[in-house]
Design a protein around this ligand. Structure first.
Ligand code: 8X3
Length: 253
């Protein structure tokens, strides 16, 4: 169990990997702060966790709004864990025809959002004497695929942010952990990518026996975070067994 005073901030906690991570960190004993743009969702989850005897609060936050992030940071003196999970994909167009506005939005959410939270909370993570920053990147941050376009570029950015930060703050009491999931079937990831087109979203997982779940990833994040303070899981790539690479997926007929 984490000491009750240990605060864990999770971004993008309204659904999917973020919501599952908030739940699992609360169950592991952290005081969880759920952040997302969708207030109703994080409030409902925070209430649910509180009713189950855990410590959880909701704070509406857009990670791309630096002034709001700075204001959020003033609410804390120390923080134990920051999970940078907010992000996502928009579109699967080739580079030749991808929408620059989508590329910009993906860079803003996946990279600048992570940068904003990391910069604003780093002093509080250091002050805790034993801080952890998690960057939830993706296998898209470690290899490309056709149609990956702006998402692959943004996730490479998130990966580089984590790797650079780890070099720069070595010697300070903060671990930097990157978790890079492959194919994860969540309620919203593919649907958001394809602007609500259910048929296109379903095709992503078609014939794949068991894509990863949000809980599989949350369990991995929680495991990495709860290693002893001197153990830094630099990078952990996880995929479903049916996915050997970004472009090699076994699909049952
Ligand atoms: C999600 C993995 O393959 O859709 O981060 O890019 S993929």
């Amino acid at each position: 169990m984490a000491p009750a005073s240990r605060i864990a901030v999770v971004t993008g906690a309204s659904s999917g990997i973020g919501a599952a991570t908030a739940r699992q960190l609360a169950e592991a004993g952290y005081r969880v702060v759920l952040t997302a743009r969708r207030k109703d969702r994080i409030e409902a989850l925070a209430e649910q966790l509180t009713r189950a005897g855990h410590s959880a609060v909701a704070y509406q936050l857009d990670v791309t709004d630096r002034a709001a992030v700075d204001e959020f940071a003033t609410a804390f003196q120390t923080i134990g864990v920051l999970v940078n999970n907010a992000g996502g994909a928009l579109g699967a167009d080739p580079v030749a025809t991808g929408d620059p506005a989508d590329w910009r939005t993906m860079y803003e959410t996946n990279v600048i959002g992570t940068l904003n939270l990391t910069q604003a909370l780093l002093p509080r993570l250091v002050a805790s004497g034993d801080g952890v920053i998690v960057v939830v990147s993706s296998t898209a941050g470690h290899g490309t695929y056709e149609g990956g376009g702006g998402y692959v570029a943004a996730k490479h950015g998130a990966h580089v942010l984590a790797e650079t930060l780890r070099l720069e703050i070595v010697g300070q009491p903060v671990r930097v952990i990157e978790i890079a999931p492959g194919m994860v079937k969540t309620d919203e990831f593919a649907l958001t990518r394809f602007a609500g087109d259910e048929a296109k979203a379903a095709k992503v997982y078609e014939g794949v026996a068991e894509p990863l779940t949000a809980d599989d990833v949350a369990e991995t994040i929680t495991w990495a975070v709860t290693r002893p303070s001197h153990v830094n899981v630099d990078l952990l790539v996880l995929r479903p067994r049916a996915q050997a690479s970004n472009t090699k997926v076994h699909r049952e007929p």
